[in-house]
Ligand binder design. Structure first.
Ligand SMILES: NC(=O)c1ccc[n+]([C@@H]2O[C@H](COP(=O)([O-])OP(=O)(O)OC[C@H]3O[C@@H](n4cnc5c(N)ncnc54)[C@H](O)[C@@H]3O)[C@@H](O)[C@H]2O)c1
Length: 337
C-alpha cells in the first residue's frame, strides 16, 4: 500500500456530481476542507440545496460553488463547468426505487450520464474520473466472500444501468487511457441520508421511530446488509483520486460487517424507544431485494489503505445523539408535518 496525502487535492478544481445528495454532500464537505476548488453539480431531482448550504455560506472559504445541471447535459453550460477540471467524482444517480418507477430515465442518467461525463472529461483533459457504483451490479451474490471478480448478474433495473455506467468507465480507461477508478458502495449510512421512501433503511427507520411509528421490515427481515459509514466512503474517494494503485481498478467499498434488517430494527428500537411503545412490523417483500451479503473489502484495504469503521452500533449511537442533523433540515421539517 502506498500512503496517500489527500492534501494534494488542495487548489485543484474538482466536480462532485450528485453533490447535493447524501454521499456527495459529505464528499463536497471534505474537499472544501482540504482546499480544493469544488463544483457541486446536481439537478436537485433528489438532492437538496440545504445539504450544502453550510458550504455555500462560508464567506471565509469561497472554494465551493453550486452548478444546477443535469449530468446528461452536453451543452455550453457543461463545457463551461468542465474548464480546467482536474478530477470528477461521479456520484449522481437515479436511485433504486426511482428506477422501478421510471427505468428509461434511470438508463439515461446512470448509463447515459456517465457516458456524457466521460466524453466531457476527455474533451477537457480531466486527469482523474472516480465512479460511484454499487454492489447491485453483482445481483444476488453466489460466491462468498464476494470479491470484485464476482460475475455480474444484476437483478434490478438499477443494477443493470449502474453496470452499464461502470462498463463505459472501463472502456474509456482501456480505449483512451483515462485514469479511472470504480468504487462499488454498499448500504451507506450517516447524516443527511434521505428518509422518505427513496432513502436508506437506517434513516427510514429513524424517521418512523421518531414519529412514533413502528419500523416496517420488508419480508422476513433476515436480509443481511454490510452497513458502511459515509465518512469511510469519502476517504475511499479521496484516496482513489490520488493513488496510482487505483488506476483502472474497481473496488468493493464496504465495511464488511454483517447486520440483518431484523437486528437493525430491533437495535434502533432499543436506542430510540426505551419505553418499548413500538414493535417491529413486517411488510411485503421488495422485488429484487438481495438477501445475503458477505462482501470482501480486502482489495481496497490493501491497495488504498482504507480502514473501515467496524463498530456499527457505536458509530450509529454517536451519530444519533444529534437526530436533527442526522435527518437533515428538510427531512426534519417533513417529519414534523
Ligand atoms: N446510499 C447507498 O447506500 C448507496 C449504495 C450503493 C451505491 N450508491 C451510489 O452512490 C451515489 C450517491 O448516492 P446517494 O445515496 O448519495 O444518493 P442521493 O440520491 O442522496 O444522491 C444522488 C444525487 O444525484 C442527483 N442527481 C440525480 N440525477 C441527476 C442528474 N441527472 N443530474 C445531476 N444530478 C442528479 C440527485 O439530485 C441527488 O442529489 C449514487 O451513484 C448511488 O448509485 C449509494
Amino acid at each position: 500500500m502506498t500512503d496517500v496525502d489527500t492534501a494534494q487535492l488542495a487548489g485543484r478544481k474538482v466536480i462532485v456530481t450528485g453533490g447535493a445528495g447524501f454521499i456527495g454532500s459529505h464528499l463536497c464537505e471534505a474537499l472544501v476542507d482540504i482546499g480544493a476548488e469544488v463544483i457541486c453539480m446536481d439537478d436537485l431531482s433528489a438532492g437538496k440545496r440545504d445539504n450544502v448550504a453550510h458550504l455555500e455560506n462560508r464567506s471565509n472559504r469561497p472554494n465551493f460553488r453550486f452548478a444546477e445541471l443535469d449530468v446528461c447535459d452536453s451543452g455550453p453550460a457543461m463545457d463551461a463547468v468542465f474548464e480546467g477540471v482536474d478530477t470528477v467524482f461521479h456520484n449522481a444517480a437515479s436511485k433504486k426505487n426511482i428506477c422501478l418507477i421510471n427505468p428509461h430515465r434511470d438508463l439515461d442518467v446512470n448509463a447515459g450520464g456517465a457516458l456524457n461525463l466521460l466524453q466531457m472529461s476527455m474533451k477537457h483533459g480531466v486527469r482523474k474520473f472516480v465512479q460511484a457504483s454499487t454492489g447491485s451490479v453483482y445481483g444476488e451474490p453466489q460466491i462468498f466472500p464476494t470479491t470484485e471478480t464476482h460475475p455480474f448478474e444484476p437483478v434490478s433495473y438499477y443494477g443493470v444501468s449502474k453496470l452499464a455506467g461502470e462498463r463505459y468507465v472501463d472502456v474509456f480507461h482501456k480505449l483512451y487511457g483515462l485514469d479511472t477508478t470504480i468504487l462499488r458502495y454498499f448500504h451507506v449510512y450517516g447524516p443527511r441520508q434521505e428518509s422518505n421512501e427513496f432513502g436508506g433503511v437506517v434513516s427510514i427507520f429513524l424517521r418512523r421511530i421518531t414519529q412514533g411509528q413502528n419500523p416496517i421490515v420488508f419480508g422476513h427481515g433476515e436480509q443481511v446488509r454490510s452497513f458502511t459509514w459515509v465518512k469511510d466512503l469519502v476517504e475511499a474517494n479521496l484516496r482513489a483520486a490520488l493513488s496510482p494503485r487505483a488506476t483502472g481498478q474497481a473496488f468493493n467499498a464496504a465495511s464488511g460487517i454483517r447486520v440483518t434488517i431484523n437486528e437493525l430494527a430491533k437495535g434502533m428500537l432499543e436506542i430510540l424507544d426505551p419505553q418499548q411503545k413500538l414493535a417491529v412490523e413486517h411488510g411485503e417483500p421488495l422485488i429484487g431485494d438481495i438477501m445475503e451479503f458477505d462482501v470482501s473489502n480486502t482489495k481496497i484495504r490493501e491497495e488504498l489503505g482504507i480502514e473501515f469503521e467496524g463498530d456499527f452500533w457505536g458509530t450509529l449511537k454517536t451519530a444519533l445523539a444529534d437526530i436533527d442533523s442526522f435527518l437533515g433540515k428538510t427531512d426534519k421539517a417533513e417529519a414534523a408535518a
